[in-house]
Design a protein around this ligand. Structure first.
Ligand SMILES: Cc1cc2nc3c(=O)[nH]c(=O)nc-3n(C[C@H](O)[C@H](O)[C@H](O)COP(=O)(O)OP(=O)(O)OC[C@H]3O[C@@H](n4cnc5c(N)ncnc54)[C@H](O)[C@@H]3O)c2cc1C
Ligand SMILES: *[C@@H]1O[C@H](CO)[C@@H](O)[C@H](O)[C@H]1NC(C)=O
Ligand SMILES: *[C@@H]1O[C@H](CO)[C@@H](O)[C@H](O)[C@H]1NC(C)=O
Ligand SMILES: *[C@@H]1O[C@H](CO)[C@@H](O)[C@H](O)[C@H]1NC(C)=O
Length: 504
């Protein structure tokens, strides 16, 4: 390790990075390969559609852009493969030269563990955008660059729907590999519950099929811990005929501070009985037009309007008229809700630091405490007023109907997720510090009433500072570690809450 000539503070950072790499079983020596000459050597024989870029170029910037720039990975090069065969070649090249890399679907993972990748290779899958609906088999097959937004129209137009994540911008495969939670988990299950098969390039550079019939053990593992084993080059899902002709009831409410407690009590009344087709994404946030903290509550019901209104009775009884109430076609829902808030949420390149947790208990008093703490945070930190606490109330009927042993996903009993999301501008260290303190505090507050004995968070939502047991589940880890040892013994796919090769 040649650290001489590096200023002392950086020396410590380098040492820390080295230690983290070493601790996660990754050889720090990998970092010192000349990527430029390796990737541009004509001997590589890349397909004409495969492009390589380096820091400073606009293609590199575009190809490595991320949703959050809080503790991002750093890259010395980026490659954008144009063919599946080139993905195989890239993995063989990277593994044979010990080049550390991260695969990029759409750049939305926010776990801080990916920041441990320094000067690595970015493998950008954004060119793989195909969406093929098979009307007869009732399946859809997609490429790894396909985002949620890409599938709505093709599926809807063919008369189908699929459970997805709740925003338009992440890659559907990226969301799938961690389990995939969204508004339809109560009714259709997790995204992995619709997964039929994937094609995957393994760490050994083999292209394989993974399904119930082909490598079933790995199929178990990729459904919940899927970023640990290889590059998924395509995925096939079972789709369902459109529910209620594709029309979803959407009801939105704004509750000012003086109504927030009443709203939280109404939510608490849904404890253990949120109807399977009902779902809410609620935000505690700052309203710059009134300078007040408020609650924005969005509710959807995937079914007939009257049925939905009935299911929403506890909310309507609060007497606050909805700010929006309409039936929206399933394919337009994400882009329409909250006056188009999806566009705002999906905006990339901002500092965002999240402290998420799974919940199975609705606790009005915890929401109230959080509301009061955010109110104080906004007052004390004007630079943090874009921060929000998201609350997803998702019934779990369909996801809990799948036996726990069937997939690696460990938390089928969750009925809600809290997403405290702190945002500040680069250089605003006071807000950064306040956010870091409050994020931990809110996460702790929720943990005490979550209904779980210990904090839990599924891998898509993990911050990366949680013990692996809290992410993957203690009961799942022995089998996951055996799979890791079999499929990726040298830890190439290990920057996203990497699994150990032995457990305990
Ligand atoms: C705005 C927003 C909304 C979200 N909403 C939801 C939601 O509703 N439900 C939910 O469950 N999660 C949600 N998430 C979390 C999301 O599932 C994860 O961030 C997911 O990892 C994003 O995938 P990506 O491809 O966009 O990100 P990337 O950062 O490109 O990839 C994420 C991880 O998966 C790996 N990966 C990506 N593609 C592949 C592939 N083809 N093969 C192998 N590995 C791959 C990458 O190496 C990386 O470790 C959301 C995140 C954001 C930022
Ligand atoms: C609650 O607050 C809102 C906005 O801040 C205000 O318009 C309303 O009058 C208040 N209602 C009560 C009952 O205090
Ligand atoms: C909100 O605060 C800003 C800045 O402190 C002030 O300029 C503005 O008038 C306030 N708006 C309202 C509605 O109170
Ligand atoms: C669930 O939340 C309620 C209301 O805040 C609380 O009283 C209760 O202790 C919580 N239950 C568990 C198991 O944490």
């Amino acid at each position: 390790m040649a650290l001489s000539g590096i200023p002392p503070p950086l020396k410590w950072v380098s040492l820390l990075v080295w230690f983290l790499l070493w601790a996660s079983g990754i050889d720090a020596a990998r970092v010192h390969v000349d990527l430029r000459s390796l990737l541009t050597d004509p001997a590589r024989g890349w397909s004409v559609d495969t492009t390589v870029s380096f820091p400073g170029s606009s293609e590199f910037i575009q190809s490595t852009e991320r949703w959050t720039i809080f503790r991002p990975p750093t890259y010395s090069a980026s490659i954008r493969p144009g063919t599946e065969a080139d993905i195989v070649k890239i993995i063989k090249l990277a593994t044979s030269h010990n080049i550390p890399f991260l695969v990029r679907g759409a750049g939305h993972s926010y776990t801080t563990t990916i920041g441990n990748l320094r000067n690595g290779l970015n493998i950008d899958l954004s060119q793989f955008r195909s969406v093929e609906v098979d009307q007869t088999a009732q399946t859809v097959t997609i490429g790894p660059g396909v985002t949620m937004a890409d599938i709505f129209d093709p599926l809807y137009n063919a008369g189908f729907e699929l459970q997805t994540g709740s925003c338009s911008c992440p890659s559907l495969i990226g969301v799938t590999l961690g389990g995939g939670v969204g508004r339809l988990v109560g009714y259709h299950g997790l995204v992995i519950d619709a997964l039929v098969s994937v094609r995957m390039v393994t760490a050994k550079g083999k292209l394989i099929e993974v399904s119930q019939d082909s490598n079933p053990d790995l199929f178990w593992g990729i459904r919940g811990a899927g970023v640990n084993f290889g590059v998924v080059t395509s995925a096939t899902y079972r789709v369902k005929p459109l529910t209620n002709g594709g029309d979803v009831l959407n009801a939105e409410f704004i509750f000012s501070a003086n109504m927030s407690s009443a709203y939280f009590r109404a939510v608490e009344s849904y404890n253990d009985n949120l109807p399977p087709r009902l779902a809410s994404i609620t935000f505690i946030g700052y309203d710059a037009s009134t300078n007040e903290t408020r609650v924005s509550a969005g509710w959807t019901y995937s079914g007939p309007r009257e049925e939905g209104l009935q299911a929403l009775a506890p909310i309507f009884e609060l007497g606050v008229p909805p700010s929006s109430l309409s039936m929206i076609p399933w394919n337009k829902l994400q882009a329409s809700v909250g006056g188009g808030i999806d566009r705002l949420i999906c905006q990339g390149n901002m500092i965002r630091d999240l402290y998420n947790l799974n919940l199975k208990n609705y606790s009005a008093s915890t929401y109230e405490t959080t509301f009061a703490k955010m109110e104080k945070f906004y007052a004390d930190n004007p630079g943090g007023r874009n921060s929000v606490v998201g609350l997803e109330f998702f019934p779990n009927h369909a996801m809990a109907a799948v036996p726990l042993d069937e997939t690696a996903f460990p938390w089928r009993d969750s009925t809600a997720y809290v997403n405290p999301t702190f945002i500040w501008a680069e250089g605003d260290d006071a807000t950064k510090q306040a956010a870091s303190k409050l994020g931990r505090e809110i996460r702790n507050d929720f943990a005490t009433t979550s209904g779980y004995d210990a904090p839990t968070v599924f891998v898509n939502y993990a911050r990366g500072d949680e013990p692996l047991e809290q992410i993957y589940g203690r009961d799942k880890l022995p089998r996951l570690a055996r799979l890791k040892k079999a499929w990726d013994p040298k830890n190439f796919f290990s920057y996203n809450n990497g699994l150990p090769t032995r457990y305990p």
